[in-house]
Design a protein around this ligand. Structure first.
Ligand code: GRF
Length: 205
């Protein structure tokens, strides 16, 4: 399975997926990493593992459509079976999403459908939530709204801050994202009729 990972920053999720590909837990290999921001740490991580990298700066494009078209062109040169959004901080056009429907995953730091969009840790704290977490989902045109594949929960305790929550959630991200990627590469995970299935059973979380 050819995997292309899209990033915008640190790439710690990318690193987790690289590690699980290299140790054989994910039956696939990352054939390319693309960042919309230049000189981010995630690009360095990829280079250290001999993975081809591309920087495609969205600032060089007149509009969202033009950027997404150029991005899809670059992605497709890698002939991906799976596209993984790992901290890729862009809103995607419906055309782009349609093009990869059923083979593109995203990770979002909240227990979706709670808190789509930004500042999820802050919003969970302000709401007084006792639990918070992270979701891996198939990407559909609705922002952070595609069918859930897997979630992990963390407890929110007295004294937690945005930073402490982010750290706890990130640890869980590094566990569940490689797991979801492995399921996909093993042929166990599908998007059918707008629903996610694992081993032919609908995922209902
Ligand atoms: C993660 O919190 C992820 O959930 C969010 O962006 C962050 C990416 O972190 N979408 P990293 O670049 O993988 O370290």
């Amino acid at each position: 399975m050819n995997i292309v990972v899209l990033i915008s920053g640190s790439g710690s999720n990318l690193q987790a997926i690289i590690d699980h590909c290299e140790n054989g837990n994910i039956p696939g290999s990352i054939v390319g990493v693309i960042s919309n921001r230049p000189e981010v740490k995630g690009l360095e991580r990829a280079k250290q593992h001999g993975i081809p990298t591309v920087t495609l700066d969205h600032k060089g494009f007149s509009d969202r459509e033009a950027f997404d078209q150029a991005l899809a062109k670059r992605i497709d040169t890698f002939k991906p079976d799976l596209v993984i959004l790992a901290g890729f901080m862009r809103i995607l056009t419906p055309q782009f999403v349609e093009h990869y429907l059923g083979k593109m995953l995203n990770i979002h730091p909240s227990l979706l459908p709670k808190y789509p969009g930004l500042n999820t840790h802050k919003r969970a704290l302000e709401a007084g939530d006792k639990e918070h977490g992270v979701t891996v989902h198939f990407v559909t045109p609705e922002l952070d709204g595609g069918p859930t594949v897997i979630q992990a929960k963390v407890a929110v305790i007295e004294g937690d801050t945005e930073e402490s929550l982010a750290q706890k959630v990130l640890e869980q991200e590094h566990i569940i994202y490689p797991k979801a990627a492995a399921w996909f590469c093993e042929g166990r995970l599908q998007l059918t009729g707008g629903k996610a299935f694992l081993d032919q059973k609908e995922i209902n979380l």
